[in-house]
Design a protein. Structure first.
Length: 473
């Protein structure tokens, strides 16, 4: 098939034509969440833009297999193998076991994804499912001379590689400074850039999850999980590996080092990285205490899909600053857009020529390094153009396969909600009148029963000086 998608490949530092290993098929891997806390909306920006990439690939005709890991072990608070274990930190904070924490936050992650219309990858694999695969890969790396044991841990020996800093034109010194803030030097390492494949001696004796291994009881390093999980499901050759820009170093650099040393050949051809979402004080992060979540946006009455639109309006390779002002404007624009589409008259014949013309323009925008804001502009252009409503509606439905903004369903849902609200209001007002009458006749038992009946339906009533008020509980 025609390979018409271009996007920025971090490995070659250029916008490149995407050509998969196998014609028409794409093997795609995404670094999944570390499930020790809720995902913040910065994390979710990465997953929204990766979802856009996957859906674009499908839209233009590729058969995609996408795999994602769940990090439920081994991710330390500094990506350079030091600091606290993130899962243990979550467990201590909430007085739960690590596995309880992992289950709770994995479910919360997928619930957020659903609200943002992010498709669940074809395969989702928790790291704790794959301990034998990690041990196998580490054993092979030791046999091949790429790994060594020191002080009870197994390290990858970066000096054995021809090129370690595959992604960056930064100097070794600069990169290490970035990673080693607040880090004590690990005396066991032969080279500063070496990293842990398996821990048996870590700083925390209270590590909850531990497994038998040829090197003693311990647990895997973080990087090894993505190499093993991707190979388990996608084989020895991968087309696209995704993540946020903070994953470039050391995580993805180390994934490449160990995977290619293990395989003896090139592993993944395209690396897709999404820039960060920042708040006014800088990069959003889970360790900052109060952070922005989908639930927080919902509690402020924002539709999560509006946040998706906010992300799509900006290019994935640009840092994006979050603000409620912009989200408010986006919310108003979204309501107007879905009302416009929802009130189109669907009867009539689709104009095939116009449909093809706009579909082509829409695809061209996405194929141009995923220009999602241009794709949305084409949607607006299309709605303004001379063509019948049925064609416009069909195009909006088609574009939504990629944009996933509920373009054709949101308006009807809102109207249905309004109808339900109107019915509920009529019911509650009638009950309030009935209660008033009961009280007048001094039938307090009946009045109380009415209050209880409403409460059972989630309605709270309050007697105030201005009369009876009601609200949803
Ligand atoms: P974590 O759960 O910390 O492993 O991160 C999950 C994903 O979110 C990774 O791909 C990170 O690169 C990405 N990420 C972390 N912080 C941000 C941010 N502020 N903006 C966008 N993506 C982020
Ligand atoms: Zn990863």
């Amino acid at each position: 098939m025609e390979n018409k998608l271009f996007f920025y490949n971090t490995l070659t530092r250029t916008v490149e034509r995407f050509v998969p290993n196998e014609d028409g098929k794409v093997a795609m891997y995404t670094c999944g969440p570390t499930v020790y806390h809720f995902a913040h909306i910065g994390n979710l920006r990465s997953y929204i833009m990766e979802d856009l990439l996957e859906k674009t690939l499908r839209y233009i005709g590729y058969d995609v297999k996408r795999v994602m890991n769940i990090t439920d072990v081994g991710h330390l608070s500094s990506d350079a193998d030091t600091g606290e274990d993130k899962m243990l930190k979550g467990a201590k904070r909430e007085h739960k076991t690590v596995m309880e924490i992992a289950k709770f936050y994995t479910d919360a992650f997928f619930s957020d994804c659903k609200k943002l219309n992010i498709k669940t990858p074809d395969v989702v694999e928790p790291a704790t499912n794959c301990i034998s695969e990690f041990i196998h890969m580490i054993t092979k790396l030791i046999e091949k001379g790429f790994a060594y044991e020191a002080g009870g841990n197994i390290y990858f020996d970066t000096s054995k590689l021809e090129e370690y800093y595959v992604f960056s034109n930064q100097s070794e010194k600069e990169l290490l400074v970035g990673v080693r803030d607040d880090v004590d030097e690990d005396e066991n390492k032969r080279n500063k850039s070496d990293f842990v494949l398996w821990f048996t001696k870590s700083k925390f004796d209270d590590q909850e999850l531990k497994w038998e291994s040829p090197w003693g009881i311990g647990y895997p390093g973080w990087h090894i999980e993505c190499s093993c999980i991707s190979m388990k499901h996608l084989g020895e050759y991968m087309d696209i590996h995704c993540g946020g820009v903070d994953n470039i170093f050391p995580h993805h650099t180390n994934e490449i080092a160990q995977s290619e040393s293990y395989l003896g050949h090139k592993w993944c051809n395209y690396w897709f990285h999404v820039h960060h979402l920042n708040d006014k004080s800088g990069k959003m992060s889970k360790s900052k205490g109060d952070f922005l979540t989908v639930s927080l946006l919902e509690s402020k009455n924002y539709n999560p899909v509006v946040y998706r639109m906010f992300c799509l309006q900006s290019h994935y390779r640009k840092p994006l600053e979050f603000s409620y002002e912009v989200l408010d404007n986006m919310s108003a624009a979204y309501d107007k857009l879905v009302r416009r589409i929802g009130t189109l008259n669907r009867d009539g014949e689709i104009d095939g020529k116009k449909f093809a013309e706009y579909r082509e323009r829409f695809e061209a925008a996405l194929c141009d390094d995923l220009n999602s804001s241009m794709a949305i502009t084409i949607l607006y252009d299309m709605l303004k153009d001379e063509m019948n409503d049925a064609t416009k509606y069909a195009l909006a439905e088609s574009f939504d396969e990629v944009l996933s903004l509920d373009l054709t369903t949101a308006h009807a849902m809102k109207e249905a909600d309004k109808e339900v609200d109107a019915e509920l209001e009529a019911f509650v007002l009638a009950k309030i009148e009935e209660r008033k009458a009961a009280k007048k006749e001094k039938d307090f038992a009946k009045a109380d029963a009415i209050r209880a009946e409403l409460l059972a339906k989630g309605i709270v009533i309050e007697d105030t000086r201005e009369g009876v008020k009601w609200k949803k509980a």
